[in-house]
Design a protein around this ligand. Sequence first.
Ligand SMILES: O=P(O)(O)O[C@H]1O[C@H](CO)[C@@H](O)[C@H]1O
Ligand SMILES: Nc1nc2[nH]cnc2c(=O)[nH]1
Length: 267
Amino acid sequence: MPRIAIIGGSGVYDPKLLQNVREEWVSTPYGKVRVKIGEYNGEEIAFLARHGEGHSVPPHKINYRANIWALHELGVERILSTSAVGSLNETMKPGDFVILDQLMDFTKTRHYTFYDGDESPHDRKFVAHVDFTDPYCPELRKALITAARELGFKYHPTGTYACMEGPRFETRAEIRALKILGADVVGMTQCPEAALARELEMCYASVAIVTNFAAGISREKLTHTEVVELMAQKSEEIKYLLMKSIKYIPEERRCGCKDALKGATGE
Ligand SMILES: O=P(O)(O)O[C@H]1O[C@H](CO)[C@@H](O)[C@H]1O
Ligand SMILES: Nc1nc2[nH]cnc2c(=O)[nH]1
């Protein structure tokens, strides 16, 4: 049973670091999910391509609830994810790794929770308000930071991610506003993915890879081609970062993630 999962974002479509990979279709109350399970460092790791194998699913149409539920169903406790981002912070340059520590959600049409009361399509029919002060697991963040430092990669140990609805990129004015609000990087997929993991008391962290400067900061037109091209250039480094990070993930969970529902339901 895999304790750890990797969710690959744009440009990260197959689990290069895993051996003996098998595919499982996991049924969930929100639909079926295709998960690959393989071995690394003597243990089972699950892998899920956020946008589907051929990047066929746009950010606003990803079935985030099915994805996170499926990993929980498999017994996953810890999720590492990648996210390709634009940078609003001149110190965070294309090719840099940012170990996210904060996020702001500007998405509009997504499904944000598993806890829909009586309408929940499962037996968790209660209301829950989880704490999300620190949306990323401190233990997973530490593992990513240690690995990035040891590998000598250009990385930033903190970063605030603004999640936009997409699928279009941002206007100059939107980026100007996000910069005033304190965002360092901008993307389209961390919300509701991170919150849904917290709702199922799973640890979650994301390494953002800067693929471009954001609209109005970049002098070039923004393209998804540029995003995928830069991610392809970084694919080896991303693989090594994930491999080394996994080795630093403690067996025992001492973070608050595992108790996220305590006090959240009012009981
Ligand atoms: O966040 P990931 O899945 O890496 O994808 C990023 O890349 C796409 C834009 O090129 C958007 O989907 C954005 O969120
Ligand atoms: N929203 C958004 N997502 C991205 N992913 C990679 N670059 C960008 C960007 O500039 N904006």
